[in-house]
Design a protein around this ligand. Sequence first.
Ligand SMILES: Cc1cc2nc3c(=O)[nH]c(=O)nc-3n(C[C@H](O)[C@H](O)[C@H](O)COP(=O)(O)O)c2cc1C
Length: 440
Amino acid sequence: MMKLGLSIRQLGYHAGAWRHEDVPAAGAMDIDHYVRVAQIAERGLLDMVFLADGVALRQRDEPPGSLSRSNQNVELEPLTLLSAVAMMTRHVGLVATASTTYNEPYHVARKFASLDHISRGRAGWNVVTSWSQAEARNFNREEHLDYDARYDRASEFVEVVKGLWDSWDADAFAHDKATGLFFHPDRMHELAHKGDHFQVRGPLTVARSIQGRPIIVQAGTSEQGQDIAAASADIVFTAMIDLQPAQAYYASVKGRLERHGRAAADLLILPGLLPVIGRTQAEAEDKFAHLQNLTHPLVGLQNLYGPMGDLSEYDLDGPVPEPKDPELRSRAKVLLDLARRDNLTIRQLYMQASVGRGHRSVIGTPGQIADTMQEWVEAKAADGFNIIPAHLPGGAEDFVTEVVPELQRRGAFRTAYEGRTLRENLGLPPPTSRYAATEA
Ligand SMILES: Cc1cc2nc3c(=O)[nH]c(=O)nc-3n(C[C@H](O)[C@H](O)[C@H](O)COP(=O)(O)O)c2cc1C
């Protein structure tokens, strides 16, 4: 059975989504919009909804006028938002992103443990290290921490959070009104962590998570990212466009598990997948073309700005010029080669470059989309997918009403939730407390 998440950030992944006639343009600030999407996910028996996040307005106004035409600027804070969604759903897992660079472990441990209790065992933490200058500038720095420093901090951060989540044994609380014993003192544990980055005494002021500990998701592809995933993650969220690199990545991450005393089945790898679904191929392509045409040219050009510079002075329906920067960077070269090979105009190039943002996209019928999903799972490139809808709520609705039944007919996806918690639904083993051995 494949595992499925649904990315529910903002209004969908397509740059033109907010202008679509079915999309509530103010939805990213409207709890009703998110509740509606999460309830669609739950109707489709999906494992979880997923919120990517950043702690700054990362986009720049390049070319001028692009920023004010993009919808990626305001949204609800993920944990606050998912606490509200928890009250309006019963089964679907709730995964939020929190940065290890701009938080303290105690904060993160406490918030996710609380979300786990509020949702009765459905919380997950997507561990990211944050990468942008814009975020650094919101947290007392001019420059963001370099790569190794971020990952060094992240490894210790995750260990501390896991330690804090073991603060209380599952049966720590006696609540014995007759004797007056509130908790068994030997079932509370002080972490007393002293490391390079953190000194954290503990214990956490939240009881043990209902699912043992919240699910840990890791979204990073480098060696360091893969090592953190192998050591601690339950799920890896990854961006893969082609089958072969996805298989290599899958083998590489799973190959690291044994070193950490873990089995291959203990970690699920979920690449992103952007489906555009039609009853026929032609209908799917029409839907896609409609979205593409809603991309404002300045927003499209923003996607080319980093590698190619400002192309706003050129004819959008003319050829792609040689970038002025003589030191062609690798991404610029990839784009230029693509444009030359397929004889693309500037408009066609930005449209291609902005689809899926590094994730695989499939435009087709429910059968075709189910085929490619099954192919990836059978080829050991994925254990399931994080669906990143082009627009919301329509993209989620299409997936749940068209693709989910197709997967179910093929026996590739559940027909009822198996368990009560996210961990049980994912089929992952319950975690053991680090203090369990000493107690036995
Ligand atoms: C699929 C995927 C999703 C990500 N989502 C986020 C996110 O929501 N917020 C964030 O700050 N970084 C996000 N990142 C960035 C990573 O946390 C990390 O900073 C970046 O991938 C660089 O590390 P790497 O070289 O190990 O991949 C994501 C990365 C990937 C691959």
